[in-house]
Design a protein around this ligand. Structure first.
Ligand SMILES: [Zn+2]
Length: 464
C-alpha cells in the first residue's frame, strides 16, 4: 500500500490531475483500510483515467487486483455523457449512495431508518429464533446488554445514530425482555428509564443509548476544539472552521454529520460545561459525560442485595422484581383483568399479594424459618418489608455469612416464585421440605463453583 500512497502523492505535481472538490487543499486522493479502498478525483475523464492507471500499475506490481463485482464508481454532479464515457472506459458499474464502507452506511444526506435495516434485522432474527424462546428473564437481559454494548462500541463511536433508530432498538429490546417475543402484549414490569439507572440506584445498568450517543458526539466536538491529529479534524478545520472559533462555527453548507457535531456545544452547555472547559480537557471520557447527561441517580438502600449478590442471575432478577413489587401476583393481575380466584396457590388460605407470597404465607414462612435456622440465625420470619429491612441492615459486607444470606434470600424468593408458577400453570406441587433442600443445595453448589473458579483464575506468567 505504501507504494500506492507514494504514487498517488505525485498527483499534486501533475497539472492534468484535478482533485475532487474539497480535497485539493489536503491533497486527498484515497482512503484505505485493510482491503477496502476509496479513490477520489474530480469527475472528468482525464483525472479518472490517471487514477485508474496508477492503480493498475500498483496492481501489476503487488498482485492485488480490484474485484470488479465489489467495486463501483460513484458520481456527484457529473453529467450523463461524462458518466457513460468513464464507465465504459473502466468497465466498472455505477454505484449509488448510500453504500457501506467498513460496515457503515455512507451517505451525503441524513441517514434514515432504512439504512439501519441490516442492524435491526439482525436483532430481530435473533429474538425470533426458537432457541431464544427458552431464555429466562436473566438470559434475555444478558442478550439485551450484548446488543446495547455492540451499539455502544461500534455504531455510536463512529457516527451519529438517528433518534428514530435508537427508539426502534430500545422498543425491540423492551418487548423481548418482558414478553420474549417482538409483540408488546404485556405491559413492561419496570420502566426502561429505570432499568438504565446504575445498579446501585435501583436499575440494571442498561445502556441509555440516547445519552451515550450524545456523549459520543461531544467527544467528536472536543476532537475538533483540540485540533486532534486526525484527517477528518484537519479537513473540517480547513473547509468549515477556517481559523474561526469552533464554538462559533455554524457550517450551514456542511453535511448533517458536521452540523450535528458542531451543535454538540448545546449538549455540553446543558450539563454546565462551557467552551473554555472543553479546551482545558486534556482527555475525554465518554462515560463520564454520559453519567453527567443522564443526571444523578440516588442510591437505593437495598442495592447490595442485588449488586453484591453472588447468586445466579435468574435468582437476583426475580428478587429485583419482587423488591419493586412488580411480579404479577394475583392482586396485581386482578387490576388489569378479571381473575377467577385470588387465593394463594401455596397455602390455599389467604389471598395472594406481593406482601403475602414470600414470607407471610404459611408455606413460605416454613421454608424461610428453616433457611434461617440453617444459617444459624436465631429469629423467625417476618413480613416482606421487615425481611427486606433486616437483610439491608444485617447482610452488608463481604463476610461469608453476609454473602450466604444474600444468596439464600435470592434463591429462596426465586424457588418460591417458581413453585407458585408450577402450581398455578402446571398443577404440580412440591412440599416445603423439597424447596428447603433445593435452596441449600443450590447455594452450596454456587459457592463451590465460585471457589473453584477463584482457584482457577490465575494469570500465567510470561513464557509459562
Ligand atoms: Zn399463601
Amino acid at each position: 500500500m505504501e507504494y500506492l500512497n507514494r504514487q498517488l502523492r505525485t498527483f499534486k505535481r501533475q497539472r492534468d490531475f484535478n482533485f475532487r472538490p474539497k480535497c485539493a487543499r489536503m491533497n486527498i486522493t484515497h482512503l484505505g483500510f485493510t482491503d477496502d479502498l476509496l479513490l477520489f478525483c474530480r469527475g472528468n475523464f482525464v483525472s479518472v483515467q490517471m487514477l485508474y492507471n496508477c492503480f493498475q500499475i500498483f496492481s501489476q506490481a503487488s498482485g492485488l487486483v480490484a474485484n470488479a463485482d465489489k467495486s463501483s464508481i460513484y458520481f456527484g454532479g457529473v453529467c450523463k455523457d461524462d458518466q457513460n464515457a468513464i464507465l465504459q472506459a473502466l468497465g466498472f458499474t455505477k454505484g449509488e449512495l448510500p453504500f457501506r464502507y467498513l460496515g457503515i452506511p455512507l451517505s451525503t444526506k441524513r441517514t434514515n431508518v432504512l439504512q439501519y435495516k441490516p442492524l435491526l434485522d439482525k436483532i430481530l432474527n435473533k429474538i425470533t429464533s426458537w432457541t431464544f424462546s427458552f431464555l429466562s428473564y436473566a438470559g434475555r437481559l444478558q442478550f439485551i446488554k450484548f446488543v446495547l454494548f455492540s451499539i455502544q462500541i461500534f455504531w455510536s463511536q463512529v457516527f451519529v445514530l438517528p433518534k428514530k433508530v435508537v427508539q426502534l432498538i430500545e422498543s425491540l429490546c423492551k418487548r423481548f425482555l418482558w414478553t420474549c417475543s417482538v409483540d408488546m402484549s404485556r405491559k413492561a414490569l419496570i420502566a426502561w428509564e429505570r432499568l438504565c439507572y446504575p445498579k446501585a440506584a435501583g436499575g440494571l445498568g442498561l445502556l441509555d443509548v440516547h445519552a451515550w450517543n450524545a456523549a459520543a458526539i461531544c467527544k467528536l466536538l472536543w476532537n475538533l476544539c483540540k485540533k486532534k491529529d486526525k484527517l477528518w479534524v484537519q479537513w473540517v478545520h480547513i473547509y468549515y472552521v477556517k481559523g474561526r472559533r469552533v464554538w462559533d462555527s455554524q457550517a450551514n453548507q456542511a453535511s448533517w454529520v458536521i452540523r450535528k457535531i458542531l451543535k454538540a456545544k448545546l449538549i455540553f452547555e446543558k450539563v454546565g460545561i462551557l467552551e473554555q472547559d472543553v479546551y482545558q480537557m486534556d482527555s475525554f471520557s465518554i462515560k463520564k459525560l454520559y453519567c453527567k447527561i443522564r443526571g444523578d441517580c440516588p442510591k437505593v438502600e437495598w442495592r447490595r442485595l442485588i449488586c453484591s449478590n453472588h447468586g445466579a442471575p435468574r435468582w437476583t432478577f426475580i428478587l429485583y422484581l419482587a423488591i419493586y413489587k412488580r411480579l404479577l401476583t394475583k392482586d396485581r393481575v386482578a387490576q388489569l383483568i378479571s381473575v377467577d380466584s385470588l387465593v394463594c396457590p401455596l397455602c390455599n388460605d389467604r389471598n395472594e399479594s406481593a406482601d403475602h407470597v414470600f414470607f407471610s404465607c404459611q408455606y413460605s414462612s416454613a421454608i424461610w424459618d428453616k433457611l434461617l435456622q440453617w444459617q444459624g440465625i436465631n429469629r423467625v420470619s417476618g413480613e416482606w418489608k421487615n425481611e427486606v429491612d433486616w437483610a439491608v441492615k444485617n447482610s452488608k459486607g463481604r463476610s461469608t455469612g453476609a454473602i450466604i444470606y444474600r444468596m439464600t434470600l435470592a434463591c429462596g424468593v426465586y424457588c418460591i416464585w417458581h413453585e407458585r408458577n408450577l402450581r398455578l400453570f402446571q398443577q404440580r406441587s412440591r412440599p416445603a421440605s423439597a424447596l428447603i433442600r433445593q435452596v441449600i443445595q443450590e447455594v452450596h453448589y454456587m459457592l463451590r463453583l465460585q471457589r473453584k473458579l477463584e482457584e482457577l483464575s490465575f494469570i500465567p506468567k510470561e513464557g509459562e
